[in-house]
Write a protein that binds this ligand. Structure first.
Ligand SMILES: Nc1ncnc2c1ncn2[C@@H]1O[C@H](COP(=O)(O)OP(=O)(O)OP(=O)(O)O)[C@@H](O)[C@H]1O
Ligand SMILES: [Mg+2]
Length: 350
């Protein structure tokens, strides 16, 4: 069964569509990251799932139950989900334990059960000794964990996280990423997290949904987004690939095709169904300098030594406006002519 299912979900604010026809199925127990640049509609989509916004069109189902469509609207507290907001939204006048207990009180859970759930949730996030503190007496990371404990105490089958790590420093972020993965395993809940940081999405999620201007671009495992981006936007957003204009000579057969670049012919992976203009996604780890006759002619534009290897920016002949990065053991001065070997590349039709 799907933990979460969206079908044609749209949210218009006036004439603008913050979320535009999003369809998505998240398996029960999966960890999905919604990834996209600022303003692409991630928070709005999460708020629609939570019931904090009403969709203008479409259908939302949680664990097989429709919670929003043309005729139905289930209130947030009836949806069986927990949400951690970017701001944490803790009550400043309440202790850590009272903050975590709040939702359980609203649900009228008996006091002894409540105490046990609060203790369990605080233990899960490593804050068992902080129950009596006030939020103001905690670090940012500890506050973040209180917000998480408050959500976990409700034992929701679906957990929504909006930029949960954005306010933390790099070291703490890594620690918390590990914590999120552990909590995901231990609770078995479906997790949906929102981030604009691709490294974080890759570190956390088994599936990433890339959003752009309210629409889903691609939903796939991190490795597949990287190796076979469906659109130019995804190719640019995931990893640091260069997109080089090429001519697709032969359409793809069994996922392979041939392209022409700087007067050379090379094989690539791709799904293009017809010859024509295209773009080749080149990633530096599959590139090397080569003296072979069929190497792609290029010129070194810039060179930086990065301990162990030199990072060279190359301009391929005839493609002056795109720089391609390659790592080389040997130094090459700017201006030097070199050959480029491509071990693997992904071609997109234009
Ligand atoms: N209540 C609202 N009224 C009008 N426009 C809104 C409202 N909420 C969001 N928007 C607009 O909808 C678009 C998507 O906003 P949203 O907050 O979902 O983006 P986001 O992807 O979460 O961005 P960020 O990464 O910056 O948090 C933006 O253009 C925003 O200005
Ligand atoms: Mg947002």
């Amino acid at each position: 069964m799907s933990g979460l299912e969206l079908d044609g979900v749209t949210k218009a604010f006036g004439a603008a569509r913050a979320v535009d026809g999003v369809g998505l199925a998240v398996a029960e127990g999966a960890f999905l990251a919604l990834l996209g640049p600022s303003g692409c509609g991630k928070t709005t989509l999460l708020r629609l799932v939570a019931g904090l916004e009403r969709p203008s069109a479409g259908r939302i189902a949680i664990a097989g139950r429709v919670v929003a469509d043309g005729g139905t609207f289930v209130e947030p507290e009836e949806r069986g989900l927990g949400m951690v907001f970017q701001s944490y939204a803790l009550w400043p006048h309440m202790s850590v334990a009272d903050n975590v207990a709040f939702g359980l009180k609203v649900r009228r859970l008996p006091a002894d059960k409540r105490r046990r759930r609060v203790a369990d949730a605080l233990a899960m996030v490593g804050l068992a000794d902080f129950a009596d503190r006030k939020p103001a007496q905690l670090s940012g990371g500890q506050r973040q964990r209180v917000a998480l404990a408050r959500c976990l105490a409700l034992e929701p089958p679906l957990i929504l996280l909006d930029e949960p790590l954005a306010n933390l420093d790099a070291h703490l972020r890594e620690t918390m990423q590990r914590e999120f993965r552990r909590l995901h395993r231990e609770t078995g809940a479906t997790f949906v997290t929102v981030t604009h940081d691709q490294a974080e999405a890759m570190a956390l999620a088994d599936t990433i949904a890339v959003m752009h201007e309210g629409r889903l671009q691609q939903v796939a495992a991190p490795q597949d987004l990287y190796a076979a981006p469906a659109t130019e936007m995804v190719a640019r957003f995931i990893g640091r690939g260069a997109l080089v204009p090429v001519a697709i000579l032969e359409p793809a057969r069994e996922g392979r095709l041939t392209v022409s670049l700087a007067g050379r012919t090379l094989a690539a992976r791709g799904a293009a169904t017809a010859p024509g203009p295209g773009r080749l996604v080149l990633r530096s780890e599959t590139l090397s300098l080569s003296e072979a006759l069929d190497a792609i002619p290029a010129r070194v534009v810039d060179a930086v030594y990065r301990g162990g290897a030199h990072t060279l920016d190359l301009a391929i002949d005839g493609v002056e406006d795109v720089l391609v990065q390659v790592h080389s053991r040997e130094a090459r001065a700017p201006g030097t002519r070199v050959g480029l070997a491509v071990e693997d590349a992904w071609a997109l039709a234009e």
